[in-house]
Write a new protein. Sequence first.
Length: 554
Amino acid sequence: MAANPSYAKGATDVPLIEQTLGAFFDDMVGKQPDQEALVSRHEGQRLSYRELQTASNRLASALLNLGLQPGDRVGIWSHNNVPWVLMQIATAKIGLILVNINPAYRTSEVEYALNKVGVKALVTMARFKSSDYLGMLRELGARRLPLLRHTVWIDKAGEADEDGMQRFSALLASGDPQDARIARIGATLKATEPVNVQFTSGTTGFPKGATLTHRNILNNGFFIGECMKLTPQDRLCIPVPLYHCFGMVLGNLAVLTHGATIVYPNDGFDPLTVLETVQAERCTGLHGVPTMFIAELEHPRFAEFDLSTLRTGIMAGSPCPTEVMKRVVGQMHLREITIAYGMTETSPVSCQSSTDTPQDKRVSTVGTVQPHLEVKIIDPETGAIVARGQSGELCTRGYSVMHGYWGDEEKTREAIDVEHWMHTGDLATMDDEGYVNIVGRIKDLVIRGGENIYPREIEEFLYRHPKVQDVQVVGLPDKKYGEELCAWIIVKPGQTATEDEIRDFCKGQIAHYKVPKYIQFVTVFPMTVTGKIQKFKIRDEMAARLGLQADKTA
C-alpha cells in the first residue's frame, strides 16, 4: 500500500438510524404535527406534517385494499407532485417496494422496467407536454405487461374518465387513515429490507434496477441534511426530479429527517418558476444540477427576484464548474451551498462538502467522505490503493451500498466486490486533508499520443472564457494520435465566438496537446432528464459528422 494512502473513513459519533422510513416519519410527526411539511406551488397545495401523515396513511390503506402485499412492487411514473411524495411514504409504511420510472421513458423502456421488477400497480401522470403516458400504456396493453394489475392515473378535477384506469383521487378516497393494518404491517418491517428500486441511466445496454433499503436511503437523506445544517426553519426548493435520488433522497428525505419544509416549484424544471418560488416561499435552500443553476443565472428576469433568504442547497449530478459555483455563491446568496457526489447504487451520496468547507475546497472538490462510510482510490488495473494526489478509481463501502441490482446477481458482483466495496467507475484524487476531486469517468479519459487527458480539466479552463456559458469536452478517434480532443461550446446569450478565438485563448495557457482540435458551437447538449450530459452521444455524433471511425469501446 502507498505510504500515504488515498483512503478515508467517515465520522461515527452520530449513530445510524435503524428505524424504517415509516416509523421515523411518524416520530417526526409526533414532535411537530403542525409544522408545514410540503408546499406544491403548481398544485396549490400545502400540508402540515400531520396532514401529510394522514394522507399517506389513507393511501397506504387504499393500496392494501387493492390486494397488494409487503414485498410487492408498485411503480410511480410522474414528475414532481403531491401524489409522488404520498407514494414514497405510503409504500414504505406497508412494506411495498416503490419503483421509480423515468418520465422520459418511452414504450420499450417502460415495458422493460415494469416487467423486469414485476410491477403490480402503477401510478402515472396522464400526460406531460409531448408525453402521453396513458397512451403508451394502452399501446403496450395487458399482453406486453402481464404482471401489471392496476393502473392509476393522477387526475385533476373535471377531467373525463379514462377507460380501464382508476383515478388517483378515487383511490385515495377509498382508504382509511385509521386502518389498523398499517401499524400491524409496520411492526413487522426491517430497516434492512428493500423499499425502493431506481433504474440507473446506463449509457450502454438496458438500465439496471438498483435496489435500495430503508437503511440505505433514510440514513443518506439524514446525513445529507446534516451537511446542509438543516433545521425545521429551513424551506428547501426542489426543482430536481423526484424519480431520481437527487429529488427523492437529497431533497425529500433530507428535509423530512430534519422536520423542515419541502417546496416544489413546478412539475418539470422551469428556471422562472424556481426564481418566483424562492422569492414567494422565502426558501432557504435550493437544489440543482449545474445546467439548472446556469439557466437561473442567465434568465433575462434574474435580477428582478429577491433571493436573499437563500443560504444552502446542493449542486450535484455532474461536475460543478468552478466559475458557476462562484456566481451561485455571489449572485444567489448561496454562501453555504454544498457539493455532493454519489451514484444511485450508493443511495446516492458518499462524499459531500459542508456549509463551512473553505471556498477554494468547495469549488474544486466534492468534499470529504460522509459519516459511517469509507472511500478509497485504487489503481484500476492492480486494485492497489494509490498515494494521495494520484488518480485512480473511487470505491465506496458502508451502509449506503445498495442491496444489489434487481434480478441480476452477475451485474451486482461486477459492481460490488467480495469485500463489499462498490466500484464507481469514476476517476478521482484525494488530497492530504481527505478532500476528493472527481477528475472524470474511467471511460471518458482521453489518451492522445500517450498523454492522459482529463476532459474535466479542459472544461474548467474553457469556462473562464468570457463568452463561454457551458462546455463539454470529449475524445474522438484519430489515426495519428489515437484520440484528439473535441469541445462542444454553448456561448452566452447575445454573444458569438469563433474557433480561432477559443484556440487563441488556450495558447500559452495550457499544454498544446490539451487544446481541442475540433470546436463546435451548439445551443444544447444531449442529456438525461436528470441533467446528466451524455458524452457518448456527443462523441458518436461528432465521429459520424467528421467521418471518423467511432470508438467501439466508448
